[in-house]
Write a protein that binds this ligand. Structure first.
Ligand SMILES: *[C@@H]1O[C@H](CO)[C@@H](O)[C@H](O)[C@H]1NC(C)=O
Ligand SMILES: *[C@@H]1O[C@H](CO)[C@@H](O)[C@H](O)[C@H]1NC(C)=O
Ligand SMILES: *[C@@H]1O[C@H](CO)[C@@H](O)[C@H](O)[C@H]1NC(C)=O
Ligand SMILES: *[C@@H]1O[C@H](CO)[C@@H](O)[C@H](O)[C@H]1NC(C)=O
Ligand SMILES: *[C@@H]1O[C@H](CO)[C@@H](O)[C@H](O)[C@H]1NC(C)=O
Ligand SMILES: *[C@@H]1O[C@H](CO)[C@@H](O)[C@H](O)[C@H]1NC(C)=O
Ligand SMILES: *[C@@H]1O[C@H](CO)[C@@H](O)[C@H](O)[C@H]1NC(C)=O
Ligand SMILES: *[C@@H]1O[C@H](CO)[C@@H](O)[C@H](O)[C@H]1NC(C)=O
Ligand SMILES: *[C@@H]1O[C@H](CO)[C@@H](O)[C@H](O)[C@H]1NC(C)=O
Ligand SMILES: CC(=O)N[C@H]1CO[C@H](CO)[C@@H](O)[C@@H]1O
Length: 880
């Protein structure tokens, strides 16, 4: 006894003291060596998670950060979103959801650290990747290469953010929580396309960052040539095989995808926690010491912040904390157990490089020594099919396929990535009816009124030009919408039935002939361009053609962009286009010079084809009149101040299934503190506002393909973003998050801009007031990783069923409790052959509590069948 115990105590003390320092504002140095980040002279093993501050509201930052800390995170990572911080050049904005300083301080108050990814390029499925649109209009600018106007702006923004952090004393050397910064972002993936200009730019970016004297290390992710002292880090689904570009740098993983983002028109991706835990354990097994979940909490793309094209409003990401701030179980709990198990090994991980030992085919161990006979080990079976028994250190261990076991004393397994013992939610979503107490209310029908949007030109700021214009250049992204209008004259005796053919770079278009809707065309995330072809009937004489071209987020800069680049030596390089109408695009590029930073959007060809004679009438180079935005947007119909305006019409019957219409209604929010959701299943496509705040774009009419889903995805084998999908043939998103702080007692205003046609009377406001949770743990499962004591034999320590309710809720009832050989899955347990009814015991321990734990032992639960391995299964209901 004694020795190891006091060591453990000592390290715990140091840890607590470390947090204390950050909270109290004591100066701390941060450096690194080949093993780890070194904070205040000590190497640290750190778990990090991404939370993007504008993707939720400041009111819930503390709770999400608390849940991150309880989940075992040490560091919160965020990008900085330039386009919202500097909406107009030189005019900065740091309020509300964009209050970066408040966010960093909230993390600090929780005792956690911060990794600030200033970029300024963010990517992040964020509009234009985080670049302000005005940047694009600076004469001669070329993004992310050695271009003076770009470098000047980038440097100015980096300086702005660094000085803001310094003024608020937020760097670790000033007593703040920021221990790491990032310049650029995943540039290594596209650098090749920029030739020598790219290489020069990387050196410039590194030098510029280092000269900012943040006193904390800088990283460049996915950047193999990051110059010293910048640390190059890995992004990806797995990073165990990654090595930094210098033996003096530690192995850091800055983006480990907890799931994947959602796009309108696509099925919902998810990543099984067994695979995610496997990837993380493998990383630490292979010498990693810092790992970041992208995302730990994803949140929502409110307003028009979603990137493009077609990124959905939900940025849930299948993250450990879901879009609404609820714990996603068992993901959150299983990863917490993993973090605790790794934390038990920290002293070993920072003491040495791992020693590899082969244990068989696709079987290996990595051992970390503190001294010659004191070690921690990771045992891995990376075979995607076969389970295995291995012998290690004289003992035998069972290793399920695609799993890692963690042995903090080289002997006892306290965690296996494939063995999930943490609590589960009985259903998948927080609002799943089967598993939650859902409170659903309809909006009051008497309050609905509407406004018909005008078709075509509505304002005196329209303009007329020959030919078709590119949309982003024209709208400067001030609106998703651009009207393209022209007239078609049909002489007496000419054919009146023709095909209207529209070719667009994206993203969608609503087409009107003589002010009547004739169709809707749209692309998709992987290929935004589309061809619209519809048979139309024209009148003799003059006809109007009004095409409303729509954007669904401005494309981020991606490696697959088709680029024509002039490098600094004057060489032109062409980069192969993927998912693009190449001819047109190269044409555009040649005309637009440095325009490679946007993919372009809007119409590029419109023609009429006589389907009898096949004669073609090309309207593309004719005269077009343009109008940016919608009249309703111009009027500001979403504003609370217009709620009683006479612009709104009210009659007894509400027009439904109508294109281009605004609706206004009101609702009284259900009581409580929890988040709300709007169920917009009955609508088509548009945008919604609650009390003047945009909750984002909605598009339930866009169904995902019917094929490719697996409800029960096999976690074994290499994961990619297409492997595990659900909700095939359904809308990507039907529920839309309304933060609680955006509603107030009494009537709340809901405004919708519906583009395709829907029925707003079927909208409901949904809250959850309870959740079904469950857990099953066996006698021979390890004890909870945080209670494990290195000096005791594992067998003498007791596993436990642990249940915890969400904040504010308590355990209201126990619906099932059996000790023996219970059957079935979580939420649908049934007693097995061997069954002790332990309902009384579990009820006594749990009812009325926020959480409870029940030790799994015969002494506690009785023994219904001696000699048989038993488990405890419990199903409980939490409610407010
Ligand atoms: C960098 O910052 C540190 C701490 O704030 C300061 O002591 C040092 O003088 C600065 N160095 C330069 C070159 O500005
Ligand atoms: C591992 O060993 C156990 C106990 O000896 C045995 O039941 C099991 O079949 C073995 N599994 C494999 C995959 O060899
Ligand atoms: C029309 O122009 C006037 C004067 O420039 C301006 O005040 C008004 O807002 C414009 N109206 C519309 C609908 O564009
Ligand atoms: C057709 O209508 C447009 C728009 O009103 C007008 O500009 C054009 O002169 C008309 N053409 C003819 C031939 O009447
Ligand atoms: C993208 O869509 C357009 C229009 O449907 C089509 O012509 C083009 O071939 C597509 N490109 C790719 C790469 O699929
Ligand atoms: C962008 O639009 C402006 C005004 O509409 C025009 O002057 C300019 O030439 C356009 N640029 C490109 C590259 O199309
Ligand atoms: C609109 O009218 C209602 C009922 O008369 C009133 O309660 C509400 O305050 C008004 N809202 C605004 C924004 O003026
Ligand atoms: C809505 O209108 C479209 C055509 O305008 C029609 O095909 C569809 O059946 C209508 N849906 C409902 C629910 O009325
Ligand atoms: C949303 O509404 C649709 C009907 O419009 C319904 O089928 C669905 O169950 C609702 N979803 C939730 C989570 O309330
Ligand atoms: C650096 C890296 O590994 N990036 C990977 C991240 O995940 C995407 C999606 O599968 C891969 O395409 C990238 O290669």
């Amino acid at each position: 006894m004694g020795n190891k115990n006091s060591l453990a105590l000592l390290s715990l003390f140091v840890l607590v003291l470390g947090c204390y320092c950050f909270e109290r504002g004591w100066s701390v140095t941060v450096s690194y060596d080949h093993r780890a980040l070194v904070i205040d002279g000590k190497r640290r093993v750190l778990q990090s998670g991404s939370i993007h501050y504008p993707r939720t509201t400041p009111e819930v930052w503390p709770e999400i950060i608390r849940k991150s800390k309880e989940g075992g995170l040490d560091v919160i990572e965020t990008y900085v979103f330039w386009n919202y911080h500097e909406p107009v050049r030189g005019q900065y904005y740091f309020e509300g959801r964009f209050d970066l300083v408040r966010f960093v301080k909230t993390v600090q108050q929780a005792g956690l650290l911060v990794h600030l990814r200033i970029g300024p390029y963010a990517c992040a499925e964020w509009n234009y990747g985080g670049f302000p649109m005005w940047l694009h209009f600076i004469p001669g600018i070329q993004f992310r290469t050695t271009n003076d106007p770009f470098k000047e702006e980038m440097k100015r923004f980096l300086e702005k953010i660094v000085s803001l952090m310094k003024e608020e004393k937020l760097f670790a050397s000033q007593g703040g929580p920021v221990i790491l910064a990032q310049v650029e972002n995943e540039y290594g993936n596209v650098e090749w396309a920029y030739g020598i200009g790219g290489e020069v730019y990387v050196k410039w970016a590194a030098e510029t960052a280092v000269n900012l004297n943040t006193t904390v290390p800088w990283v460049m992710c996915a950047q193999a040539d990051a110059p010293d002292p910048i640390i190059n880090t890995c992004n990806g689904f797995y990073c165990d095989q990654f090595t930094p570009n210098s033996p003096s740098k530690p192995k850091l993983w800055t983006e480990n995808y907890s799931g994947w983002f959602l796009s309108f028109g696509y099925a919902v991706p998810y990543r099984p926690v067994e695979d995610l835990a496997f990837a993380v354990a493998r990383f630490f097994e292979y010498g990693g010491t810092f790992q970041n979940y992208y995302m730990y909490f994803g949140g929502s793309n409110f307003g028009r912040t979603a990137g493009g094209p077609f990124i959905a409003t939900s940025y849930d990401y299948d993250a450990p904390i879901d879009e609404y701030g609820f714990l996603r179980q068992p993901k959150w709990g299983h990863l917490r157990d993993l973090h605790k198990a790794i934390k038990q090994c920290e002293e070993y991980l920072i003491s040495s490089d791992p020693t590899q030992q082969k244990l068989g085919t696709n079987l290996e161990a990595h051992i970390y020594y503190k001294s010659s006979n004191d070690c921690a080990a990771f045992l891995a079976n990376y075979d995607s099919r076969s389970d295995a028994n291995v012998t290690f250190n004289g003992n035998s261990y069972f290793l399920p396929a695609w799993s890692v076991s963690i042995l903090p004393d080289c002997k006892n397994v306290i965690f296996n990535t494939a063995k999930v013992v943490s609590q589960r939610s009985a259903g998948d979503l927080p609002f799943a009816r089967s598993a939650s107490t859902v409170n659903e209310i309809y909006l009051e029908s008497s309050t609905w009124s509407w406004y018909n949007e005008e078709v075509g030109i509505w304002g005196n700021n329209s303009f007329t030009k020959p030919g078709l214009v590119e949309q982003i250049n024209t709208t400067k992204d001030s609106s998703d919408f651009l009207w393209y209008t022209t007239s078609i004259y049909v002489k007496a005796g000419e054919t009146k039935d023709v095909f209207l053919i529209i070719e667009s770079l994206g993203h969608a278009a609503l087409v009107f002939v003589n002010k009547r809707p004739v169709g809707f065309g749209y692309g998709f995330h992987d290929n935004a361009s589309f061809l619209f072809k519809e048979k139309i009937s024209l009148n003799e004489g003059n006809n109007t053609l009004d095409i409303l071209s729509m954007m669904i987020g401005v494309q981020e800069l991606k490696s697959e962009l088709s680029l024509r680049i002039t490098d600094i030596l004057g060489n032109h390089r062409y980069v192969t286009a993927i998912g693009r109408n190449t001819d047109k695009f190269f044409y555009d590029l040649q005309n637009y010079g440095p325009w490679f930073d946007v993919q372009g959007a809007g119409l590029y060809a419109v023609s009429l084809v006589d389907f009898m004679s096949n004669g073609k009438n090309d309207l593309s180079s004719g005269t077009w009149t343009y109008q940016v935005g919608l009249k309703g947007e111009y009027l500001g119909l979403e504003k609370v101040s217009l709620a009683n305006s006479s612009l709104w019409t009210q009659t007894n019957s509400l027009p439904v299934n109508k294109t281009l219409i605004w609706y206004k209604g009101s609702f009284v929010a259900p009581e409580g503190k929890g988040p709300l959701a709007l169920n917009l299943t009955s609508l088509g496509k548009g945008q919604a506002w609650v009390n003047g705040q945009s909750i984002g774009r909605y598009w339930p009419a866009y169904l995902s393909p019917t094929e490719g889903c697996t409800d029960d995805c096999d976690y074994r084998g290499t994961y990619d973003s297409f492997k595990c999908l659900k909700k095939c043939g359904q809308p990507a998103q039907t529920l839309y998050h309304v933060p609680r702080s955006w509603v107030h007692p009494g009537e709340n205003l809901l405004v919708l801009h519906e583009e395709l046609g829907g029925d707003p009377s079927k909208i409901t406001v949904v809250t959850v007031t309870g959740q079904e949770i469950c857990s099953t743990v066996s006698e021979d499962d390890p004890p909870p990783a945080d209670s494990w004591k290195p000096n005791l034999e594992l067998v003498s320590q007791t596993p436990e069923v642990r249940l915890t309710c969400e904040q504010g809720w308590r355990i209201a009832s126990i619906n099932f409790a059996s000790f023996g050989t219970p059957q079935g899955n979580c939420g649908a347990f049934s007693p097995g052959h061997c069954h002790a009814d332990v309902l009384d015991i579990v009820q006594k321990a749990c009812i009325g509590q926020k959480g409870c734990s029940i030790p799994i032992s015969a002494a506690n639960l009785g023994d219904p069948c001696p000699g048989i391995r038993k488990r405890l299964a419990v199903n409980a209901l939490c409610s407010d």
